[in-house]
Design a protein around this ligand. Structure first.
Ligand SMILES: Nc1nc2c(ncn2[C@@H]2O[C@H](COP(=O)(O)OP(=O)(O)OP(=O)(O)O)[C@@H](O)[C@H]2O)c(=O)[nH]1
Ligand SMILES: [Mg+2]
Length: 272
């Protein structure tokens, strides 16, 4: 039996509510560099979107039963006279990578984009937003910290297969997608079958600029390291397990202690 002591387990909330100095976005020094990280499920068009941004087939892409991209890599190009770096990552789910390997790849993606990330593009094929996408966003927050959503833009692919004029209406009519778009920094639509449509890239870069201005900077490596360190849940779980182990230990000790002799001697007093 476990003893229900004072509600010690509400302490994490107390500690989390304490004002702490969290790293903030780093101010943009100049407007010449943009670092973009592509995130999303396997096969949604991350590498293709990277190629569209860079206007060249730099990342390998295609349809496959297993994931095409298995390690994070960076490619750079001069776009509208600015140096744009695109970091392609392996997809969530459906990869053969273990949870640890995937986490390591995300860490690599942040370090490849040193000194930080101007935009995380969360890639989703238009019309295929599922529960898995919601779960991925939760994981993204888990890996990069809750403030990461200030730097995330939804990038819908398969723009060639949807009616552009209806996209906003469709988003408004779908509560889940609408909420996700609102929790991030808006959306863009890409047709990855047309690398020559440069307007779609120019529009995206403008949105990233506005977002960076609003955030007064970009997502930094320090923010990532902070997100990794503050695994309060893990800390409290260890503490809680330790606490229960101590209680169990003393209870077992008390049970094994032969106190019949003391009980016998105390019986007359108990009757009083
Ligand atoms: N029609 C159309 N096909 C697309 C578009 N974007 C991607 N595709 C196709 O989708 C398939 C997968 O694209 P990838 O770019 O390899 O997807 P990925 O997310 O990088 O996949 P993994 O690296 O395996 O995780 C390819 O066959 C692409 O040609 C798009 O906008 N329109
Ligand atoms: Mg890929």
């Amino acid at each position: 039996m476990r003893i229900d002591v004072l509600n010690i387990f509400s302490l994490p909330e107390f500690f989390l509510s304490l004002p702490v100095q969290t790293p903030v976005a780093a101010p943009q020094q100049n407007n010449d560099n943009i670092n973009i990280v592509l995130l999303g499920k396997t096969g949604v068009g991350k590498s293709s979107s990277g190629n569209t941004i860079l206007r060249e087939n730099r990342f390998t892409c295609g349809r496959s039963l297993s994931a095409f991209t298995s390690i994070s890599s960076v490619e750079r190009s001069l776009i509208d006279r600015r140096s744009v770096s695109v970091i392609d990552t392996p997809g969530f789910f459906c990869t053969n990578l273990s949870h640890e390997e995937l986490s390591r790849e995300f860490a690599r993606s942040v370090f490849l984009s040193a000194p930080g990330v101007h935009a995380f593009l969360f890639v989703v094929p238009f019309g295929r937003f599922t529960k898995q996408e919601e779960d991925i966003l939760k994981k993204v927050k888990g890996v990069f910290g809750k403030d990461v959503l200030k730097h995330v833009i939804i990038l819908f692919t398969y723009g060639d297969e949807c009616i552009r004029e209806r996209i906003q209406t469709e988003i408004d009519g779908n509560e889940v997608v609408r909420k996700v778009v609102q929790s991030c920094q808006g959306y863009h639509v890409f047709n990855n079958k047309d690398l020559n449509d440069r307007q779609q890239v120019t529009d995206l870069l403008q949105t990233i600029d506005r977002m960076t201005e609003r955030n007064q900077g970009y997502y930094t490596n320090e923010m990532y390291e902070w997100a990794q360190k503050t695994t309060w849940e893990k800390f409290w779980k260890i503490l809680k397990d330790f606490f229960y182990a101590v209680i169990d230990f003393f209870q077992n000790l008390a049970n094994s202690f032969d106190n019949s002799h003391w009980r016998q001697r105390m019986t007359p007093y108990m009757r009083l």
